[in-house]
Design a protein around this ligand. Structure first.
Ligand code: CO
Length: 478
C-alpha cells in the first residue's frame, strides 16, 4: 500500500537555532515564504523554542509580530511551534493561567500545530498545555482541518528504563490525554537507525491508526538520514528535515536528499525537487549573511562522533570540558565521563536534555573535582531530587537523596500546583511601566521580563521617536 511520507521543514526555526543561534531575521524569511507555502510540506516549523527569546534579545523583533507576518504569507501550510510544557517559551515554571493564555494567543496569531514536550517526560508537566491546546486548537480545527493540532513529544533518550515498553506506554498516555500526533523528539541525535526502526514499528502497532507519528532528529553524529529512512520503512508518518543550506550537522538532515531518495517509491513525499532549488538558493545567501555576521560557525556542519562514543549529547560534552578547564582539571575528563552515568542513576535516570543534562553534568564534575561525591551540591541538583522539575523516571538513590536534600521533603505533586495565577499581576506591571500595547506583551514580559522590557523600551522609542529615559528629562527625540 502506498504510504506518502510527509515532511516538516525546520528552516524557519530549528535549522537556524541549531546552526546560527536562532539569529535569522523575519526579513530574511519573507522573500521565499510564498514559495515555501507552495511546496506541500506537512508543516513549517517557525516559532517557539529559542525564537521567542532571540527575537527580542538580539533582533529587535516582536516575536508575535513575526508570527503574524509568517501567517500572512503562509496561507496553506500550517506553522508549527515548539512549546516546553509548563516552561512554555521560557525556562521557569509558569502558572496555569499563563500557560492557557500563551496557547490561546499562539493559535490566534497564526500557529497551526503545537508540539509540546517535557524534558523529564512527566505527563503532568504538559497536562495544562495540552488542555489549552485541545480547547483553543479544537475551536480552530473545527473551521480549518489542517490547523489546531496537538502534538505531544517524547524526549528520546537511552538507558536502562528506556525500552520499547517505556516509550509505548508514554505515547499511549499522551494519546489518551488528547494528542493528535505523537512525536519522538531525539534532540541529541542519540537514536540509531535500527533502534528507530524498532521504536517506530512498536509505536505504530500500539497507537490508534488515526494518530500520526512524527520523528524529530538531528544529524549531529551523521546518522540522521539513516534514522529517518529506517523510520520511514517502519511506517513513520512525518519526518523533520531542513533545507540544505542550513541542514545537516547539528541541524536536521537536509530536505532535498530525502525528497530525491523517496521520489518514485511508495513513500514519495509528493514534493517537487524543482520547487526546492530556488528556495534553497535564497537560504544559501541567508546562511552566508549569518556566517559573515558571526552567528554561524561552519563547524556546526561537521559530523561529531562524540555522542556515539560517550553516550552523552554533543553539547553536554563540550560543557563538561569547559567546566573542567575552568577548574584547571582537564585531565579528569575520563573520570567525569565515568561519573555521569552514576549521577544519572542516583537521580532516577532523567533523559539527558536541557535542563537535566546540565544538572547531571555539573554535579558529575563537582563529584570528581571535590574528591567526594555530593560534598557540594548545586541548587538545581537539590531541586531535581526534591521533585521540583517533575517526577523522575526511576526512584532516586535513598542514601544520595538524604545527603543532597538535608532534610528537605521532596514534593510528589506537580510543582505548578503551588503557583498562584499571575497574568493580572504581570499585566498591571506592563501597563504601569507604560509599555502595554497588546495582551501578547504580557506574555513576552512573563517569558523574559528584562529582555522584554528592554525591547519594549526600544519599540516605544521607535514608535514615538522619543527615548523614554531622555523623555523624562523632556529632551531629544532619537
Ligand atoms: Co531539535
Amino acid at each position: 500500500m502506498a504510504k506518502k511520507v510527509m515532511i516538516m521543514d525546520t528552516i524557519l526555526r530549528d535549522a537556524h537555532q541549531s546552526h546560527a543561534a536562532t539569529r535569522m531575521r523575519t526579513e530574511q524569511m519573507i522573500p521565499v515564504l510564498p514559495q515555501l507555502d507552495e511546496v506541500g510540506y506537512y508543516s513549517l516549523e517557525g516559532w517557539g523554542g529559542a525564537t521567542f527569546d532571540s527575537c527580542m534579545r538580539f533582533l529587535h523583533e516582536d516575536p508575535w509580530e513575526r508570527l503574524r507576518t509568517l501567517r500572512k504569507y503562509l496561507k496553506k501550510t500550517p506553522i508549527q511551534m515548539l512549546l516546553r510544557g509548563q516552561n512554555l517559551l521560557g525556562y521557569r515554571n509558569y502558572a496555569d493561567d499563563i500557560v492557557e493564555k500563551v496557547v490561546e494567543k499562539s493559535f490566534e496569531n497564526g500557529i497551526g500545530v503545537i508540539r509540546v514536550f517535557d524534558a523529564l517526560n512527566d505527563p503532568r508537566n504538559i497536562e495544562a498545555s495540552m488542555k489549552a491546546i485541545k480547547k483553543y486548537g479544537g475551536q480552530l480545527h473545527a473551521t480549518d482541518p489542517v490547523r489546531g493540532i496537538c502534538e505531544a513529544a517524547i524526549s528520546y533518550t537511552t538507558g536502562p528504563v528506556y525500552d520499547l515498553d517505556y516509550f509505548v506506554k508514554l505515547a499511549k498516555t499522551y494519546e489518551s490525554m488528547g494528542a493528535d500526533n505523537i512525536c519522538i523528539k531525539d534532540m541529541a541525535n542519540l537514536l540509531l537507525p535500527f533502534q528507530a526502526y524498532e521504536l517506530v514499528t512498536a509505536l505504530k502497532k500500539e497507537l490508534r491508526p488515526e494518530t500520526k507519528l512524527h520523528l524529530h532528529t538531528h544529524n549531529t553524529t551523521g546518522t540522521g538520514d539513516m534514522v529517518n529512512l529506517m523510520a520511514i520503512r517502519a511506517g513513520v508518518d512525518i519526518v523533520d528535515t531542513a533545507l540544505s543550506p542550513l541542514g545537516n550537522g547539528t541541524s536536521q538532515p537536509a530536505t532535498e536528499p530525502l525528497v530525491a531518495t523517496l521520489a518514485g517509491t511508495e513513500y514519495d513525499t509528493g514534493i517537487d525537487l524543482g520547487k526546492l532549488i530556488p528556495i534553497a538558493n535564497h537560504f544559501k545567501k541567508v546562511a552566508a549573511e549569518l556566517e559573515k555576521e558571526g552567528s554561524l560557525n561552519p563547524k556546526v556542519r561537521q559530523v561529531d562522533v562524540n555522542t556515539l562514543i560517550y553516550q552523552v549529547p554533543g553539547g553536554m560534552l563540550s560543557n563538561l570540558m569547559n567546566q573542567l578547564k575552568k577548574a584547571g582539571k582537564e585531565e579528569k575528563l575520563p573520570e567525569v565521563l565515568a561519573e555521569v552515568p552514576n549521577v544519572r542513576k542516583d537521580c532516577g535516570y532523567p533523559p539527558l536534555v536541557t535542563p537535566s543534562s546540565q544538572i547531571v553534568g555539573t554535579q558529575a564534575v563537582m563529584n570528581v573535582v571535590m574528591g567526594e561525591r555530593y560534598k557540594m551540591v548545586t541548587k538545581e541538583t537539590r531541586d531535581l531530587f526534591a521533585g521540583k522539575y517533575g517526577q523522575l523516571p526511576m526512584p532516586v538513590d535513598p542514601e544520595v537523596a538524604a545527603k543532597v536534600l538535608k532534610g528537605e521533603k521532596p514534593i510528589t505533586y506537580r510543582f505548578a500546583d503551588d503557583l498562584a495565577p499571575e497574568y493580572d499581576k504581570l499585566k498591571a506591571e506592563v501597563v504601569e511601566k507604560g509599555y502595554y500595547t497588546q495582551e501578547e506583551d504580557v506574555l513576552s514580559y512573563a517569558s523574559f521580563p528584562e529582555v522584554a522590557e528592554t525591547f519594549f523600551k526600544w519599540r516605544k522609542a521607535q514608535r514615538e521617536g522619543v527615548d523614554t529615559d531622555l523623555a523624562k528629562t523632556g529632551v531629544y527625540p532619537v
